[in-house]
Write a protein that binds this ligand. Structure first.
Ligand code: AMP
Length: 194
């Protein structure tokens, strides 16, 4: 079972790379951001709650996010493994993910940290906001999201280093080359860990 956490700041390319990896390895892909945006589109109770946080560039509370993730995970049939894209985003979420997978006899195989410079993140997100109209891709909210990333999410780098799962990926350059770097890193991590 190949469970991959794709990690990185907003705009680091997690979504693009997750889709490619899911296809390449036949894995399920959970993007917690996409799950929440789906709920907002369908105007569910959960969607309305989530929208308040997302529009402010804040994280959805851990308990709620963990319940959502457990639900999606339980919905997978014939699971060969999962790409976790945008989850975990706090140490509490990482601890819960570890427990959730352990309860299913599994673990995170590798955590890939897509590293991109701050100016480049800003540029990419502003462009994405213009192209896709994503409501939280405006300059003010982007700044808040980057701050949230630095304060609440980046401690996961140390956390996964301690778990022996951390792999640094250079997130600059063309997407195909980044995918190749990732494929290589996953192969190497699996050889070391198993
Ligand atoms: P993303 O599409 O991954 O950039 O997520 C968009 C927004 O959804 C984030 O800015 C958060 O408000 C919310 N979100 C997504 N994943 C999580 C998570 N694991 N924990 C808390 N909030 C999340």
């Amino acid at each position: 079972m190949l469970n991959i956490v794709i990690f990185g700041a907003p705009g680091s390319g997690k979504g693009t790379q997750s889709e490619r990896m899911a296809e390449r390895f036949g894995l399920n892909h959970i993007s917690t951001g996409d799950v929440l945006r789906g709920e907002i589109r369908n105007d569910t109770q959960l969607g309305r709650t989530a929208k308040g946080f997302i529009d402010q560039g804040q994280l959805i509370p851990d308990k709620l996010m963990i319940d959502i993730l457990a639900n999606v995970l339980d919905g997978f049939k014939d699971n060969k493994g999962v790409i976790f894209d945008g989850f975990p985003r706090t140490v509490i979420q990482a601890e819960e993910l570890k427990k959730m997978l352990a309860a299913r006899g599994q673990e995170v195989s590798v955590m890939l940290d897509l590293n991109v410079r701050e100016e480049e993140l800003m540029k990419r997100l502003i462009k994405r906001g213009r192209d896709s109209g994503r409501a939280d891709d405006n300059e003010e909210t982007i700044k808040k999201r980057l701050l949230v990333y630095h304060t609440q999410t980046s401690p996961l780098i140390e956390w996964y280093k301690n778990e022996g799962k951390y792999v640094h990926i250079k997130g600059h350059g063309n997407p195909e080359e980044i995918t190749e770097q990732i494929v290589h890193a996953v192969g190497a991590a699996l050889t070391v860990n198993y």
